[in-house]
Design a protein around this ligand. Sequence first.
Ligand SMILES: NC(=O)c1ccc[n+]([C@@H]2O[C@H](COP(=O)([O-])OP(=O)(O)OC[C@H]3O[C@@H](n4cnc5c(N)ncnc54)[C@H](OP(=O)(O)O)[C@@H]3O)[C@@H](O)[C@H]2O)c1
Length: 218
Amino acid sequence: MQIGIIGGTGAEGRGLAARLAAAGVPLLLGSRTIERAREAVERLRASGAALPVEAATNDAVVDQSDIVFLAVPFAAAGEFVSTYAARFRPGTVVVDLTVPMRFVNRAPVFEEVPEGSAAEYLRARLPPEVRLAAALKTIPASVLSRLDISLDCDEFVCADSPEARVAAVDVLARIPGLRLLDAGGLDAARTLERMTLLAVQINMRYHVRTARYRVVGV
Ligand SMILES: NC(=O)c1ccc[n+]([C@@H]2O[C@H](COP(=O)([O-])OP(=O)(O)OC[C@H]3O[C@@H](n4cnc5c(N)ncnc54)[C@H](OP(=O)(O)O)[C@@H]3O)[C@@H](O)[C@H]2O)c1
């Protein structure tokens, strides 16, 4: 099972790569340019650990991966999906991390998406044979990338495709300290993406960068 990350050079993608690689999950770290991907891999390996992560172009990630984590800005995700729609292998699982949020005068602003959520926007643009799940939308890069911080939190996975949900959970469950909760169908992303906005607002209010979710009673 080959796993790849599109946007693996970014804050969130690099954090995910660090967590998966530290858990021994082999993966391709993707970028639009191989140089940036190599730079990010070198940074991950700076700890001296022999991590199972390889640099790749986005083309190679799409061509070779069974599970593709999409960690680019939402503003770029539509174009990415349109460009690669016909290139994904049938049966590929795309796991969407994107949140339609931007900062205006340092304040987080949620961008309404006509489809209801970023995940549903992407679903509408992906071919049916490509399966889609949404996950890791609420966990901040500043926590993911700090391997010295135990995650000790929940993350939510939603999907209309049972296969996509299972695939996303199977991979992410390898990350220590992360409990995966099934949030239901893809339309749950409408709530999850807004929960990210709330986490960012809490971070700002409390002057921290580590706010994340834990559901009690489950
Ligand atoms: N940061 C967080 O704490 C956090 C938390 C939860 C969810 N998310 C979501 O995760 C996604 C990534 O967040 P991030 O903070 O890591 O973003 P980022 O650092 O701004 O971007 C991630 C990567 O996306 C690629 N990229 C940028 N513009 C692109 C374009 N026009 N076309 C294709 N690729 C492009 C770049 O890689 P190359 O230049 O190497 O190709 C970049 O390194 C976002 O959708 C965000 O909402 C982020």
